[in-house]
Design a protein. Sequence first.
Length: 417
Amino acid sequence: MSPSPESPADRSHNCADADVLIVGAGPAGLALAAALHDAGLAVQVFEQQPLDALTEPAEDGREIALTHRAREVMRRLGLWQHLPADAVAPLRQARVTDGSGSQALRFGEGAAGPLGWLVANHRIRQAALQAVRDRPGVQLHTGARVSGLDLPAGQPGALASLTLADGRRLQAPLVVAADSRLSATRRLAGIGAAMRDFGRSVVVGRVAHAADHQGIAWECFRYGNTLALLPMNGGLSSAVVTVPGDRAAEWLALSDAAFAERVGVQSGDRLGALRSVGPRHHYPLVGVYAQRFVAPRFALIGDAAVGMHPVTAHGYNFGLYGVEVLARVLQAARRSHRDIGAVDVLQDYARAHRRITLPVYLGTNAIVTLFTDEHRPAKLARRAVLALAERAPGLSGLIKSAITRQLMGAAAQASKA
């Protein structure tokens, strides 16, 4: 039997440097590279940082809360197996308080186990890199800055191309941007983003304590600032303080003893005497939601698509959910001999990812606005919300069930439909 003639698209794709070019070797970009490799696609990844920065990422103070679904994605891709056992702390309960802390909304682990797991961001980055190194077929280019992007519109079979700062030009049916919530590649693609600058900053620092935290995470919406205590292994917790931007310097300037004392007072001394451990870090709070997740021969993943406020801890979880869906969509397209860069193929990913992320993004912003508003009506409203949720068993059950499903990732399974 003679072979069927190649279409113009087939001939063009045969000239490609890879099936997919990924910009950004953060945890989302590397996870996608691993997933696409396993789906049978040829992948190249471009990262402007040097290799040393990926191999030995700096400890940045951020603890990532991972859902059940996110953990399963990490297991399938081999990331979870590269996390040291002592680097994974179970999140067994969560409690939300307002003002003085006299009222608390409580969430506990159920039959499925802990609500989630806390892992330091730099550990996840190391695990993601190792998972890619386990796949020699993935080509990782470090010290490679993207300076240009060409996405041909209305040209069947034409390839997308990336231009690097050193003059190299590479082509592929699909380019994926995974280069942070302030993605330069997203801008090169002409895709805007709704940015919510909360005018606040996060100061994070670890504290050692005498009492057992029992795997409980506390979210204290105080008047003037928010304090979260995230349970870690080894008798440690991560203190996450959210303050108006003009007060961050004050918290950073505190001595270790003064920082620990202030955290202890604001947490009601729940964990006994505190001692500051290690440096503090500071991050501005900006939420990002891309206007579009895809364009012809182009897609956004991770924070480049959705950059969440950290209060719901969904940032990297959403990145992993997107990786799972995009890899499945591209694999199905390849098996059915469809063009993986065609916008009608990519829209399947965009619709699924928007369906799970947009309600949580908007809901999170609304909650943060309510619980950080210092005006009297807002204070009264949030007290009423907590009181009603605790005193009305039916309402409390619905609220807790909805939030717990989000924490454990169960609700996100809808994106598989």
